[in-house]
Ligand binder design. Structure first.
Ligand code: IFM
Length: 443
């Protein structure tokens, strides 16, 4: 394994921790979203990682990963959104120490969607004050963990928070308002830039990046309409976030398209203040990319990303159980394009993985060959991109454990370790053993 490349696994707090009332943790927008009946399962007990983290780190040690990407729950650290709760920080303190003792580098993400409800009640991400709250929270975390953390990720998938959470109302906090979605997106990006500054000030020599989600969109046909639609989709889904983070501002074509669609009154970007775009473009050490699938785009889906196949067990060949097309070739193309368009310092694949619900057979073994095939093809695609000169320095598989797949509940299983949600027993799947060997081979 080359030492300039980090192999890892990825998780997030709300999806695995459980213990939603332990040590004075506050309520998050996802607890509220579940309580209001918008999702079948909630964050309790998840995988009970809060009490089983040592067992989970032992599994990572056996796996041979060099890095673990997890997220820190803001409602544990600041239950009311502003007052530090030392007991909440203690958990991450223990986690980081245990990781380091196992020889695994901690890669914490500061925000993976679980906003304290108290911050939501004061306006949430559409409200500019939330950026300041996030800076205070970042400072509290870096102050406690910064002496042992070498890599920080500020925001996870701001497109999802902004668009699914504020445009579609499909994710927490359940708001469906285009203008608020763009405001939320802007403040999420601004919070990334401001948090990067805080980490640079308090976090010593540590490296900082953001995890951006993407969908590589390509025209469904050669028609001029589909070619236009694919460009629009790319602007809406990818460039609106990738461009400002890399210093290009918001894409002009999209500002015009949104204005034409009547999404703004007056100044289309009236939420942008004088030095915001510079702050958002604060140089980082890596761009994190979360890649799962791509989309054939036409005029009907250019702003409404839909799974191409029915989600659920027994997906059609070529799809995962999320209904997502398996398209590793687009991962290579997307990485090459990001490198050409933006020239990031380096790229880390911060998430990549597949949902398949294979469970134990009569001998207790879990043969998730389809996940192995998916991972194999995508890791090869990363290798191809690297061979073409893209500076990729890490790959984090999503996910270590089966977990709470947000509004899809516990039924969508992304883990290379199976979790029995009744007993909390962890059983490594065939993909876990495969990944261990794959890490040994290097990229
Ligand atoms: O489970 C999610 C994760 O929280 C964010 N990225 C995509 C994963 C699979 O949907």
């Amino acid at each position: 394994m080359s030492s300039d490349f980090t192999w890892g696994v990825s998780t997030s707090a709300f999806q695995i921790e459980g213990a939603t009332h332990a040590d004075d943790r506050g309520e998050s927008i996802w607890d509220r979203f579940h309580a209001e009946g918008h999702m079948p399962d909630g964050g309790e007990p998840a995988t009970d990682h809060y009490h089983r983290y040592q067992e989970d780190i032992a599994l990572m040690g056996e796996l041979g990963v060099g890095g673990y990407r997890f997220s820190i729950a803001w409602p544990r650290v600041m239950p009311d959104g502003k007052t530090i709760n030392p007991a909440g920080l203690d958990f991450y303190d223990r986690l980081v120490d245990e990781l380091l003792a196992a020889g695994i580098a901690p890669w914490p993400t500061l925000y993976h969607w679980d906003l304290p409800i108290a911050v939501q009640d004061r306006g949430g991400w559409p409200h500019r004050d939330t950026v300041g709250r996030f800076m205070d929270y970042t400072a509290a975390v870096v102050d406690r963990l910064g002496d042992r953390v070498g890599h920080w990720i500020t925001q996870n998938e701001p497109w999802v928070s902004a668009m699914l959470g504020h445009r579609d109302g499909y994710f927490a906090p359940g708001i469906a308002d285009w203008k608020l979605a763009l405001r939320a997106g802007h403040h999420l990006l601004l919070s990334h830039g401001r948090a990067t500054e805080v980490i640079r000030e308090l976090g010593g020599e540590s490296q900082v990046g953001i995890a951006l989600d993407c969908r590589a969109g390509y025209p469904a046909s050669d028609s001029a309409e589909d070619i236009d639609a694919a460009s629009h989709f790319d602007g809406f889904r990818n460039r609106w976030f990738f461009d400002p983070v890399h210093g290009k501002g918001y894409p002009e074509d999209m500002v015009e398209a949104y204005a034409e669609a009547g999404r703004f009154e007056g100044d289309p970007l009236d939420f942008v203040q004088s030095d915001d775009m510079e702050v958002i473009a604060t140089p980082t050490d890596f761009t994190g990319i979360n890649y799962y699938t791509s989309l054939a785009v036409n005029t009907a889906n250019k702003e409404r990303e839909v799974a191409e196949s029915e989600p659920g067990p027994n997906p059609a060949p070529g799809y995962t159980e999320m209904g997502w097309a398996i398209t590793p070739e687009w991962l290579t193309k997307f990485l090459v394009r990001v490198n050409e368009d933006y020239g990031p310092s380096s790229i880390v694949i911060t998430e990549n993985g597949a949902s398949y619900s294979d469970g134990p057979d009569e001998t207790g073994k879990i043969n998730d060959q389809r996940r192995i095939d998916y991972l194999d093809a995508h890791i090869a695609a990363v290798g191809d991109a690297r061979g073409q000169g893209v500076p990729i320095t890490g790959y984090f598989e999503w996910s270590l454990l089966d977990n709470l797949e947000w509004v899809a509940g516990y039924g969508q299983r992304f883990g290379i370790v199976h979790v029995d949600f009744e007993t909390m027993t962890r059983t490594p799947k065939a993909s876990y053993h495969w990944y261990r060997d794959r890490i040994d081979q290097g990229l």
